[in-house]
Write a protein that binds this ligand. Structure first.
Ligand SMILES: [Zn+2]
Length: 274
């Protein structure tokens, strides 16, 4: 009888332990879920070409694969202005949001990226290095910049000469940030509100100057998610490369999706063998 009772009591203890463990795990998961939900990846691209020709290029095929993934999985793209609105007002960032940004202002942003954005109904921001505009065939012309802007692509500054701002005098930094803003605003006929620091490099002065010149925010490269704790004068970005797992690791906020993609890939490989 005593043995029966002690078995019963140890069963109770195990049951209690399991219940508390489940409650504990649920609280932790919910906390992390909430934490992840308030974050958004701002992705950084440069050039998209038919084939990958350099470290800063991704092939059109791969870019399409990424856009397809975002579309199929219910992602919504935000402009930087929309993101700023969320960061500034504390309004919740919509679930499954992503910001697509393109640096330097390469011509393929007009010839390849722009038609694809229209096809998939996605928004994006292009940061232009203004001393290349109308002077270098590899880069966007002013009429292309204007057309992009009139059709939902946000245009930002990427300075005039693409020098590392943290190495420049305050005067030179101001010139880079101000002259590029003036040139772009003349082309667009509207304010240019954001700047992407070349190489993501800046110092406190760069932030102060950007703010004084009327920029609403600035973009760095720190490979982190952006949330309401983020400094709007150094918004983080995540560089995109030609690797789907790497891409998913950056857009999805937990590693489960990464695992799921790997599993699907593995299953495809196995099935293709039969
Ligand atoms: Zn750049």
């Amino acid at each position: 009888m005593e043995t029966k009772n002690s078995t019963k009591s140890s069963h109770h203890k195990i049951l209690l332990l399991i219940t508390f463990s489940l409650i504990f795990v649920s609280i932790i998961s919910f906390t992390f879920y909430q934490k992840f939900e308030d974050k958004i990846p701002v992705l950084m691209y440069h050039s998209v070409q038919e084939t990958k020709v350099s470290e800063i290029t991704i092939s059109k095929k791969y870019f399409v694969k990424q856009l397809k993934y975002l579309k199929a999985n219910g992602f919504k793209t935000l402009t930087l202005d929309e993101l700023y609105d969320h960061l500034n007002t504390g309004k919740k960032i919509p679930r499954k949001s992503v910001v697509l940004t393109f640096d330097d202002g390469y011509k393929d942003n007009y010839t390849i990226v722009y038609p694809l954005l229209k096809q998939y109904g996605f928004k994006a921001t292009v940061f232009v290095q203004t001393d290349k505009t109308d002077k270098d065939d590899y880069f966007l012309t002013s009429s292309q910049i204007k057309e992009l802007s009139e059709n939902g692509v946000e245009i930002g500054s990427h300075t005039v000469t693409h020098r590392d701002l943290s190495t420049l005098s305050n005067e030179d930094q101001e010139k880079e940030l101000s002259d590029s803003k003036i040139v772009l605003e003349k082309i667009l006929g509207k304010p240019v509100n954001y700047i992407a620091y070349p190489y993501g490099s800046c110092n406190d002065e760069s932030k102060k100057i950007a703010k004084n010149l009327g920029y609403k925010g600035a973009i760095g490269i720190l490979d982190q998610y952006t949330s309401e704790d983020t400094d709007v004068f150094e918004i983080s970005r995540r560089a995109v490369i030609e690797d789907m797992d790497n891409f998913l690791g950056k857009v999805e906020k937990n590693n489960y999706y990464m695992g799921k993609y790997k599993f699907r890939k593995l299953r495809r490989i196995i099935l293709s063998k039969f």
